[in-house]
Design a protein around this ligand. Structure first.
Ligand code: GTP
Ligand code: MG
Length: 195
């Protein structure tokens, strides 16, 4: 997709703030600091529309970005950040769970994993949970620029095995830094969201 327009719409704390225009939504889930916001910026060719930070836990609400007036990227708060209080974590957890389970325009969840490391327990739980609720999921292994190309296959297998992915489950290698995987991910988004 050629992105000609990308705008931040709202940082939503709950359903009454979600957009009502029923455009398809692509949600990004993953550990705090894994590179969710950076992935959005790379996909839309913008340096810092989605706020990125080396401090984990920056994205705290559901941040909506409208692309070409035809879809939304929804940046979901990252999980697994120890410094967030337990009560705060529970509030987010409930909001995210409700969003993922009940949001009608949600067409695809991108589960963002760090290619360098085996998935965390939280990543495994998240993938299981998404599959259990029959949500379309695409695993995106990011920071591929940090792993020598000769080791990509090995790292991919470790991730696929840990998540118990099936042969037909979608996996894309990505780098926000270098743009690896951008075209492949756009194609997958366009076909899944029927754009
Ligand atoms: P939270 O909003 O806190 O959940 O984090 P996030 O998942 O949105 O991560 P963010 O995009 O803010 O990136 C975290 C850090 O990883 C930043 O320092 C980014 O520059 C870096 N980063 C993200 N993607 C890549 C990538 O593909 N390659 C490299 N080398 N660094 C990356
Ligand atoms: Mg973020």
């Amino acid at each position: 997709m050629k992105v000609t327009k990308a705008e931040f719409v709202i940082s939503a704390v709950g359903p009454n703030q979600y957009p009502e225009d029923a455009l398809p939504e692509i949600a990004l889930a993953g550990r705090s600091n894994v590179g969710k916001s950076s992935l959005i910026n790379r996909m839309i060719n913008r340096k810092n529309l989605a706020r990125t930070s080396s401090t984990p836990g920056k994205t705290q609400h559901l941040n909506y970005y409208r692309i070409n007036d035809s879809l939304y990227f929804v940046d979901v708060p990252g999980y697994g950040y120890a410094k967030v209080s337990k009560s705060q974590r529970e509030v987010w957890g409930k909001m995210i769970e409700k969003y993922l389970m009940e949001r009608e325009p949600l067409k695809l969840v991108l589960l963002i994993i760090d290619l360098r490391h085996p998935p965390s327990k939280d990543d495994e739980l998240m993938y299981d949970w998404l599959k259990a609720y029959d949500l379309p999921v695409c695993v995106v292994a990011t920071k591929a620029d940090k792993v020598p190309k000769s080791r990509w296959q090995k790292h991919m297998k470790i991730i696929r095995d840990a998540l118990v992915m099936r042969a037909g489950d979608k996996f894309i290698m990505f780098s926000a830094e270098e743009g690896i995987g951008k075209d492949e991910l756009w194609e997958y988004i366009e076909s899944t969201a029927q754009l």
